[in-house]
Design a protein around this ligand. Sequence first.
Ligand code: SAH
Ligand code: SF4
Ligand code: F3S
Length: 453
Amino acid sequence: MNLYIERIADILSKRDDPPLCYVHSFGCQQNVSDGEKILGMLCKMGYGVSADEESADVIIYNTCAVRENAEQRVYGLIGGLKHLKEKNPDLIIGLCGCMAQEEKTVEKVRSTYKQIDLIFGTHAIQEMPRLLYEVITKRKFVYDTNEYKASGSEIEAVRSSSFKASVPIMYGCDNFCSYCIVPYVRGREVSREPKAVLEEVRHLAEKGYKEIMLLGQNVNSYGKNLSEPMNFAQLLRRINEIKGDFKVRFMSPHPKDMTKEVIDAVFECDKVCKHIHLPLQSGSDDVLKRMNRRYTSEQYMDIVSYIREKDPGFSVTTDIIVGFPDESEEDFKATLDIMERVRFDNIYSFIYSRRTGTSAADMPDGISDEEKSERMTRLLKLQRSISEEHYKRFVGKTLEVLFDGESKKPGLMTGKSDEFVIVEAPADESVKGQRKKVKIIKSYNWALYGEIL
Ligand code: SAH
Ligand code: SF4
Ligand code: F3S
């Protein structure tokens, strides 16, 4: 065990009441996965888990930097913690994640947010115990944003779910899409050794996890610089051989690195869910070029055609950015056009947010905010009508659904089908965490309704 985890455990064991910690992760699943590791270390030290900030002795905000307004929200929340610190001067507040890795953050916190005690960057997760130990013993502000290599990949997580787990297969990103801050705050792409990935999946399968999500910013470029050479398709096949009653998903593949070999593996591996989330971002070749995505709309369509030749009903979802600098009405129409050609099951759409430090931040932008929101409305309207039509293909079919909670409607439980569509069905709490066969009776533009067989 880490020396500093032991030292803190020793200090905490002398306290009458076990202290509590609160870790909140913002942003993507990669961050949530890091948050589970941070919680894992705190629990090893002897901290209990608090349901909110109010009763916590240690608060950690694991932040996202992808959109500027997400950052503003975090600073707002930190401002709100000031009164807790006044009530309880022993309270320790930490900031980590992608915002912490940005150069300006340490300075800003030092000058304006003095309630913060420690900052650690995305590469320094395993340094958290040392920093926390310094805060506890010396009561001073500490930070570490160095780029360590290991990035905490082998720390044992305390997972929030007992049936769904994510497993990072790679860290960082080399793509530098012109709008995106991730490569700057997560560093260069590093793949995790297959042995470690397979071991973790095996362990989760043995513990009875029903769904495992393989994580990375560009999962299908997996395998660069490994000691045991392996590409993403091969990794999927190896995972498929692991015994157990579980299914596998992955997020996100990049269109420029999508190979037939990966798609063939998805079709041929029975443990891999029949759904691909393939971020498009824009349907305009000019915008794609300025985004530095390195594929054209036709290349994207070729991938979709290869998938749909194998299975015309195969589920595809995507990410779209609306209002990239100087996106013309023509460009936007090209996005709507490709949406109609692909017929996505669902889209995750974002209005472009200018990120200081990225290359798109310096691009001239003549499109007004009103125009951008108006385009977003049109995009969402189109997607609703596509989903409404497209979901009808499931009516009368039997889908496998992993139930994960109660629906807002009384008497119904909700979950995701292997195709990544929300399904609701009459059931009680006992189905939570279980995969059930559901006969689909009705479809809406956002979900399916059925009965458990
Ligand atoms: N690595 C993943 C995406 C990670 S970020 C990929 O390439 O698909 C998740 C999504 O946030 C992106 O797909 C993009 O649609 C959106 N996004 C990233 N930066 C953005 C920005 N500056 N403004 C608006 N949306 C952004
Ligand atoms: Fe960002 Fe592009 Fe990397 Fe995705 S692939 S994390 S959008 S730079
Ligand atoms: Fe946000 Fe960092 Fe993920 S910027 S989207 S939390 S990699």
